[in-house]
Ligand binder design. Structure first.
Ligand SMILES: *Cc1c(COP(=O)(O)O)cnc(C)c1O
Length: 425
């Protein structure tokens, strides 16, 4: 293990959590469903969680573990586990905490798919209820907390509105109620922000976006600060009570590793939302260059956003790093070096103008993806956010005249010229 604290972020991106016993430069893909046991005692110990080692790749796999170790290292966290998607990461994080009848206080500024997950499927199928709140309003968050609340869930910089949360203040509030704060940090990535430094308990990621960076895989991760005392109240029985199948309490046995180990030993075992080692190696490669790519994504995005502000066809450019954004002060505060390159623009001429922009750009690819090396464009109201009600769309700031841009790694002047010619049509 490399001592993470000695290095700056750029070096950590390449060297954190590296297993020094591997002599290949790049992580080998261990494409194996299962693993050999040394003897019967070792096999029995592994199954009883009395020993550390690989059994079956639904639970652990060396390539996937290398990625988990690297992500844990980047956050100075006690552990991490990877999942088959960002949504699976969120699901397994909640599944470690909630039983039927429990409650989540969630930001109303979330990725559209997360709103759907929290407000339709979770309550319908698991009776996990959610209250959506304005995450910039501490009083609203506090009022939404009930005795059944097991988590506060938010995006550090939201997709696509760029609302930046005051994680420190929210974590302080959550601490008073003995509730963990779960932060989806997909947009700033660990390069621009470590939510754990601001008090977050758990950090989730979609690896499908900036971290892998070129849209080759779907994946997710859950990073565990290890800082939450799961035994402080009677709320987190899944972690504190004796788990029947293993005949042990995760919290009593594994202390600050309880969340991570239950996520793997129960979550991945029973829900099976495992990341493939073939996908993990793509995310590992992505982490090698994350810092360089994120700097360029941000530089390009701020240039393009500033140009769009001057274009007469544009009503408003909604980007966290522009002075007129509702959480610009907060963005300057916790994202001093930049963040996601995704933002929205509202066209003065409404839906028709929005469609025309999407249809007339040449460089931007028309796609529901964000955080790719290529610049991307989409009309959210009729696509990514079409499953939301009109009320939810309004709350999420996705009107019919809004277009979402994800600025890639091309030359910024070429991107500006492309938008300029498309807006002129
Ligand atoms: C894409 C995305 C997700 C979901 O991730 P998948 O890998 O697509 O399941 C969650 N949160 C944010 C902010 C996202 O952009």
């Amino acid at each position: 293990m490399v001592e993470n604290l000695k290095y700056n972020k750029e070096t950590q991106s390449l060297h954190s959590g590296v297993n020094q016993s591997i002599d290949s430069l790049q992580y080998p893909v261990v494409g194996s469903t299962a693993f050999k046991f040394a003897d019967s005692k070792t096999a029995a110990d592994l199954f009883a969680l009395q020993a550390v080692g690989n059994i079956y790749s639904r639970l652990t796999n060396p390539t996937v573990d290398a990625l988990s170790g690297k992500l844990a290292g980047l956050h100075n966290a006690v552990g991490a586990f990877c999942t088959s998607s960002g949504h699976a990461a969120q699901f397994l994080a909640f599944a470690n905490l909630l039983t039927p009848g429990d409650h989540i206080v969630a930001s109303k500024y979330l990725y559209g798919g997360s709103i759907t997950q929290l407000t339709y499927t979770f309550p319908l199928q698991f009776n996990w209820q959610s209250t959506l709140v304005d995450i910039t309003n501490l009083q609203e968050i506090e009022q939404a907390i009930t005795p059944k609340t097991k988590a506060i869930f938010l995006e550090s910089q939201s997709n696509p509105h760029g609302v930046v949360a005051d994680i420190k203040a929210i974590s302080t509030l959550a601490n008073q109620y003995g509730i963990p704060v779960i932060v989806d940090n997909t947009f700033p990535t660990p390069y621009f922000l470590n939510p754990i430094e601001h008090g977050a308990t758990i950090v989730t990621y979609s690896l499908s976006k900036y971290i892998t960076g070129n849209s080759t895989i779907i994946g997710g991760a859950v990073v565990d600060s290890g800082a939450f005392d799961w035994g402080q109240n009677d709320k987190f029985k899944l972690l504190t009570q004796v788990e029947t199948s293993y005949e042990l309490s995760f919290f009593e046995t594994f202390k600050n590793m309880a969340f991570t180990l239950r996520g793997i030993a129960v979550g991945l075992r029973d829900f099976g939302t495992t990341l493939s080692p073939f996908a993990a190696v793509e995310a590992l490669k992505g982490l090698d260059t994350l810092h360089v790519r994120m700097q360029r994504h941000y530089e390009n995005a701020i240039k393009v956003a500033r140009y769009l502000e001057t274009n007469p066809a544009i009503g408003k450019v909604n980007y966290s790093f522009l002075d007129n954004h509702i959480t610009n002060k907060q963005a300057k505060n916790i994202l001093p070096n930049g963040g996601s390159s995704v933002f929205t623009v509202a066209l003065k001429q409404g839906y028709e103008a929005a469609k025309s922009l999407v249809d007339n750009v040449n460089i931007f690819l028309h796609s529901a993806q964000v955080g790719d090396a290529h610049s991307l464009i989409i009309h959210p109201a009729s696509t990514t956010h079409s499953q939301l009600t009109d009320d939810q769309k309004t709350k999420a700031g996705i009107a019919n005249n809004v277009v979402r841009l994800s600025i890639g790694l091309e030359n910024a002047d070429d991107l500006i010229a492309d938008l300029d010619q498309a807006l002129a049509k």
